[in-house]
Ligand binder design. Structure first.
Ligand code: A2P
Length: 335
């Protein structure tokens, strides 16, 4: 009884969080395979107190696998997802490789769980910044979303374990040297310690970054609002874990702050922390280690009666990646 699960990228920041989440949510596992590059073969990880030995990814490694959770980068997904599917596995892919592909559901379980049913072997996990935005916006969809503006404050762990290590080193050395931030591909690098960098991932079009365009395109697909206006700015901050977002939403009707809180109060996966008089609002350290999305600072725009502002926070490795992927796996076992 139970499900045979493979985790590809098990040694990475998200892969490790996937093992933790499978354990924490008590996923019904029959057999667990931890896969990574040949560099990591033989490395030991733990799951429920048991040692799991990392294997190099191979076609045979997917034989008999029911669900394969992928988090090893887009090029690795493009290479291995079709092979895993050919061996009979359903792939839940955390990379950007298939997110915008027709026939590949892009799923946030609190928002569009039914979408998983249409899969043809691959289901995509959205970008970390998109997921928490969706959880917070979904309760407002019934009023009518007209225009969403979002500025992110993103933790370095979104760039992988090496970025976590690099920021820690920079914070200690304080020599202003960096070769990793904002992205390896840049000719120019800036310190991440004691700094804020308005670039997440590479620039792609019209002055926007790839991360910013993911917020636009993925939001439209998940909410099934292909014309939704999304205006994004993605910023990296010297935080290890937890993304924050300052969001404004122009709605089709004027609503009060109390109505917004009421709509959000019982929304799944969303926790309203919003008592300014007591200094209560979300921040990344509040969210880390949890699978919830937190929202606060809910207020009306000073000048536009139909615009609501809010601050949205989640653990980017959990709700933004591993937790959402395991929730999708749970939907697969339930349907
Ligand atoms: P490895 O540790 O063997 O390099 P992160 O996002 O934290 O950098 O983690 C990336 C994850 O993806 C790691 O588990 C890494 O394994 C894995 N990975 C990267 N490239 C490949 C590849 N070509 N084949 C299999 N796994 C890969």
């Amino acid at each position: 009884d139970g499900v045979t699960v493979a985790v590809l990228g098990a040694t990475g920041a998200v892969g490790r969080a996937m093992l933790e989440t499978l354990e924490k949510r008590n996923f019904p596992i029959r057999e667990l395979r931890a896969l990574a590059s040949p560099r990591s073969a033989g490395q030991k990880l733990t799951y429920k107190g048991q040692v799991v030995t990392v294997e190099a990814v191979s076609e045979e490694a997917f034989e008999g696998v029911d669900i394969a959770l992928f988090s090893a980068g887009a090029s690795t997904s493009l290479e291995w997802a079709p092979k895993a599917v050919a061996r009979g596995a359903v792939v839940v892919d955390n990379s950007s490789a298939y997110r915008m592909t027709d026939g590949v559901p892009l799923v946030v379980p609190e928002v569009n769980p039914e979408a998983v049913k249409a899969h043809q072997g691959i289901i995509a996990n959205p970008n970390c910044s998109t997921i928490q935005l969706m959880v917070a916006l979904s309760p407002l969809k019934q009023i009518g979303l007209e225009h969403v503006s979002v500025s992110t404050y993103q933790a370095v762990s979104g760039m992988g374990q090496k970025a976590v290590d690099a920021l820690k080193t920079e914070l200690e050395r304080q020599d202003g040297q960096s070769t990793l931030f904002p992205v390896v591909a840049n000719d120019t690098h800036y310190p991440m310690a004691f700094n804020v960098l308005p670039q997440c991932d590479v620039f792609v079009e019209d002055g926007y970054t790839k991360e910013e365009m993911k917020l636009v395109n993925e939001s439209r697909k998940i909410l099934e609002l292909p014309q939704l206006k999304v205006s994004p700015t993605a910023v990296r901050v010297p935080v290890l874990y937890g993304h924050a977002e300052s969001v404004s939403v122009r709605l089709k009707e004027s609503v009060s702050v109390e109505q917004v809180r009421e709509l959000m109060k019982d929304a799944p996966g969303l926790v309203v922390v919003d008592d300014p008089a007591k200094g209560l609002y979300p921040h990344p350290q509040m969210a880390t280690g949890t699978g919830d999305t937190y929202v606060g600072r809910i207020r009306k725009d000073l000048w536009d009666d139909r615009t609501i502002w809010m601050f949205v926070v989640a653990d980017n490795l959990l709700k933004g990646a591993a937790w959402n992927a395991v929730q999708i796996a749970e939907l697969l076992t339930a349907y």
